[in-house]
Design a protein around this ligand. Structure first.
Ligand SMILES: Nc1ncnc2c1ncn2[C@@H]1O[C@H](COP(=O)(O)OP(=O)(O)OP(=O)(O)O)[C@@H](O)[C@H]1O
Length: 241
């Protein structure tokens, strides 16, 4: 299997001594991997290292064999943040034109933008201002930007926060299609139901370290037992209980 993301034994310590230690995992092409962990476990720090926003003290992160943070690596990663902010005074299509420019896309940008908006179900919203959209709609604009970019790795931080059940199902189906098309997906979430439905594998972080890597059970009746195990694992690792 081809790795699209390789996180190799990274350690990143903040000045106060917290951070992540010797974290290692990979995401293959066509795979959806969940990143789990209690609050403060180190998920955001690991994601920031994957995006190249933080440089690890030791270890390395590669995206499609390129060092994380390099311009080419950045072009292949789409990051969908937990708080999908848009430029409030740009329309949806202007936001996407801007993105197309930033990524130096060639060709018929108008058609590319229209196709991306159609794919995420926002074609009718093309001329709406970013500031006039709901949270779920703003997230879809960011997903449309990822479509434009033709990303090979999608990194999502708490993507179900604030989404209604229909939108969550839509996101599950959309991510599965992206994986079928060959992209790798890394999704950090506290939503175990969502994770069970979308991911094939999870990496569990606790106190800055990987404490477990697991395949997600494929049979629905095993989900509950597996979820209980994970919750107990996370409970056992929390210091404030
Ligand atoms: N900028 C920072 N400076 C100092 N310490 C930080 C910084 N960011 C995070 N930390 C600490 O690093 C550890 C890991 O934090 P991180 O944000 O990566 O966890 P997380 O798993 O994303 O948590 P959550 O689920 O609450 O978002 C925590 O102990 C946190 O307090």
């Amino acid at each position: 299997m081809n790795n699209i993301l390789i996180v190799k034994n990274i350690t990143k310590r903040y000045r106060n001594g917290s951070g992540i230690h010797n974290v290692h995992f990979a995401v293959n092409q066509g795979e959806i991997v969940g990143l789990l962990g209690a609050n403060g476990a180190g998920k955001t720090t690991a994601i920031r290292c994957c995006l190249g926003l933080l440089g690890p003290d030791t270890g390395s992160v590669t995206v499609g064999e390129l060092p994380a943070g390099s311009p080419e690596a950045l072009k292949s990663i789409a990051f969908i943040p937990d708080n999908p902010n848009l430029y409030p005074l740009l329309t949806v299509q202007e936001h996407l034109y801007f993105r197309a420019k930033a990524f130096d896309l060639k060709g018929d940008i108008k058609t590319l933008v229209e196709t991306a908006l159609q794919e995420v179900g926002l074609f009718e919203f093309a001329t709406r201002m970013g500031g006039e959209l709901s949270r779920g709609q703003r997230q879809r604009v960011i997903l449309a930007g990822a479509v434009l970019q033709n990303a090979s790795l999608y990194v999502l931080d708490e993507p179900t926060a604030g989404l209604d059940p229909v939108s969550i199902q839509w996101l599950i189906d959309w991510l599965k299609v992206k994986a079928q098309q060959g992209a790798g997906v890394l999704v950090s979430t506290h939503n175990l139901d969502f994770l069970c439905k979308v991911a094939t594998r999870v990496v569990v972080l606790s106190q800055g370290q990987v404490i477990r890597e697991d395949m997600v059970p494929t049979e629905e009746e095993k989900f509950q037992h597996w979820q209980e195990q994970i919750v107990n694992l996370l409970k056992g690792e929390r210091k404030d209980d």
